[in-house]
Design a binder for this molecule. Sequence first.
Ligand code: NAP
Length: 471
Amino acid sequence: MQGAPPGSPDNPLRVAVIGSGPSGFYAVEHLQAQADLTVQVDLYDRLPTPFGLVRGGVAPDHQKIKSVTRIYDKIASNPAFRFFGNVEVGRDIVREELAAYYHGIIYAVGARADRRMWIPNEHLPGSHSATEFVGWYNAHPDYRRLRFNLQGESAAVVGNGNVAMDVARILASPRGELAKTDISDDALAALSESTIRTIHILGRRGPAQAAFTNKEIREFGELPGVDVVVDPADLELDEASKAWIAREGDKTLERNLAILHDYAERPSTGAPTQVVLHFSVSPVELLGTDRVTGMVLAHNELYAADDGSVRPRATERRTTIAVDLVFRAIGYKGEPIAGLPFDERAGVIPNRAGKIIDPATDEAVLGEYVCGWIKRGPQGVIGTNKPCAQEAVEGLLEDVREGRITHSVPPREVLERVLAERQRDLVSYADWQVLDALEKERGEADGRPRVKFTRIEDMLAALEERRNTTV
Ligand code: NAP
């Protein structure tokens, strides 16, 4: 016999959200907004710190964007909310257990892996994914040990998205600019000593297809000590691109082109650092024996594909450029979760409007949902995650309201005891707020927004010390 659907005060709807980046928080927010239901949400993160890419991805010189965390703090202040930081699903607790403790699980785990270029010598020392560099300069514990050779002359950033812009801008920024930010201390020290003077940004298609947005391309022109170099010939658009622009009528694209024209017309000021934008080129080989010394670029022509998109096609023309460092910023990729279906090609968990779908049966995996980049792929800005997460929550609520989810779950305290037995260093939201305050204090003397902890051990030790002093 089926029981009553959960959601009443004596049988609250219990939901686990896995991953505390923007999509995870927006899922929590939408669950909390259900006036007719009693909902208890637990938010998990494998790190002791919340906020996903807001903390570990958004560039350190984009502090305004990071202020979105105030909204997340408000969501976390709901008395029925619990944060289980430093808990890795799959290690400290497995999916099957979560399914028994909760009525629903929402995966908001993002897209942690990076895409490859699949070219010879791609993995020579000196060639890195943007993911690594971004994680390193943002003090993400997973990347803190990495070292980048910033003692060369030039670097290449492959890709024309906003991640490529972030990487190139951080490489080009003078120390004075970086020192005002919450960039990791290691990165600040290494970048202060950087001798990289030329940063090539490589787009495989033309300026009309660039994925970067206006603010990001404009920022290069505002950096002290930097000249932006654009070849006017690259801005002469081919027929396919002209048709594309006319059809798209996209204001961002039009403004991008205007900014690029402005750069092309600017005379060189002889600034110490040059950011050189190249279009319609693809790396086809990295050169070097024990480290990267150069890169062979194929020049592409653009053509209109049958689906209306403008695609690149390599011509015979090749150019070799000398580079000491390569970053591929060609997109992130999700990783599979044990026991759940996975679309390897797209790097997402197959779903219909956030309900996980088993491709073998085309049926929904009842009680499990996805939102954010693991649902729709690595695209969109922070705000894009709000409707995306709401859709996933609506899928769960539909299953609840239509009586498909009725199993009973143990009281909340049971799980807390189980987790405490497995993970001695559980981090609550109150603990995170202690870390947050400490990081801000550490930055105060130098006028920085914060100085982040980079080692999990240091975070836990700081919490331990605080507990001992307040006992
Ligand atoms: P993205 O916007 O999808 O850009 C990826 C870039 O890589 C595109 O230019 C793409 O070119 C290129 N690319 C893909 N495969 C390639 C290959 N094999 N060879 C050469 N180039 C290749 O992705 P992203 O930059 O990783 O950013 C992810 C999302 O986060 C985006 O929505 C972005 O706007 C957002 N984000 C926003 C900010 C911000 O608001 N400041 C900062 C960072 C990230 P094609 O277009 O030709 O495929």
